[in-house]
Design a protein around this ligand. Structure first.
Ligand code: FES
Length: 280
């Protein structure tokens, strides 16, 4: 019988549900957000303008001086683009670092739920009919998700570089100033920190694994750090979304300014178009 009721009152069939809310909105946003995240990494141009570099490309290890809307070679830690780079791969500086934030997010306990639902329909939402398959949980290749704690270490290492880019975005033409791009870049580092230090693996590492702080003679400082992380941990999903949304916003903004579609507003020149910033 079509739409037969299963035990528990669920309706069977892909995407079938008794829910009347907009359950499809969350998976749709996940596909759009993570889809843009992957698309942005492939773009080898229009990722920089004036003192701004899209956070997707930071830290900037190499820069292709010939790229439209690319960063200046002097801004890159190791200078100009390496000659050994294969011709058929876009010269996107994001490729050197993308693996670290991407694996960190991909193995995050929250995102796992989100993209298993959004990309693989396992199921698309609570009480919504799943894609038919023999779901075996996180077995086989998915056991690699347990490497999340190691991706955390690299994610933490990246944070100082993101703050560095945030601070550098307040300097242009030898003068300190502030622009919309500076605020976007600096806050990206802040929100990413809120997301990173609410990570379950981090909270476990700094004290969550213990049954009793005082019994082990651990300091109040450590208990304070654990409590601090717990505050972020209980809002981990929120910061996962805020940090993802913010980095997309920063990238889109810098890309549009770099392409000359919108101007930046800043204290250096006022309303500033890419040509005034001296875009490549
Ligand atoms: Fe989400 Fe670690 S659990 S970042």
């Amino acid at each position: 019988m079509a739409n037969a009721q299963n035990v528990g009152g669920h309706v069977s069939g892909l995407g079938k549900t008794n829910r009347v809310d907009n359950w499809w909105l969350a998976p749709l946003l996940v596909v759009a957000g993570l889809g843009y995240y992957m698309w942005a990494a492939w773009q080898a141009e229009y990722y920089a303008v004036g003192p701004y570099i899209s956070p997707f490309y930071a830290p900037l290890l190499y820069a292709d001086g010939a790229a439209e809307g690319g960063a200046a070679v002097q801004h890159a830690f190791f200078g100009s683009w390496p000659e050994w780079w294969p011709e058929f791969i876009p010269k996107s500086p994001a490729f050197f670092i993308f693996v670290f934030p991407a694996t960190f997010r991909a193995s995050c306990y929250y995102y796992r739920k989100a993209y298993y639902r959004a990309f693989f329909g396992m199921p698309p939402g609570c009480a919504v009919g799943p894609v038919p398959h023999n779901y075996k949980g996180e077995t086989s290749l998915l056991v690699l998700q347990n490497l999340h704690r190691y991706t955390l270490y690299f994610a933490i290492l990246l944070l100082p570089f993101l703050f560095y880019e945030g601070v550098m975005s307040f300097f242009h033409d030898g003068k300190i100033g502030i622009g919309i791009g500076s605020v976007l870049i600096l806050l990206n580092a802040v929100f990413l920190s809120c997301y990173t230090f609410g990570c379950h693996a981090w909270r476990h590492l700094i004290g969550g694994r213990l049954n009793c702080f005082s019994c082990d003679g651990l300091s109040e400082a450590q208990h304070g750090a654990w409590s601090f992380s717990s505050w972020f941990n209980s809002r981990h999903m929120k910061f996962a979304w805020i940090s993802l949304g913010w980095i997309l916003l920063a990238d889109v903004y810098i890309r549009l300014v770099s392409m000359g579609i919108i101007p930046d507003v800043n204290t250096w020149y006022g309303i500033t178009w890419a040509s005034q910033f001296g875009v490549h």
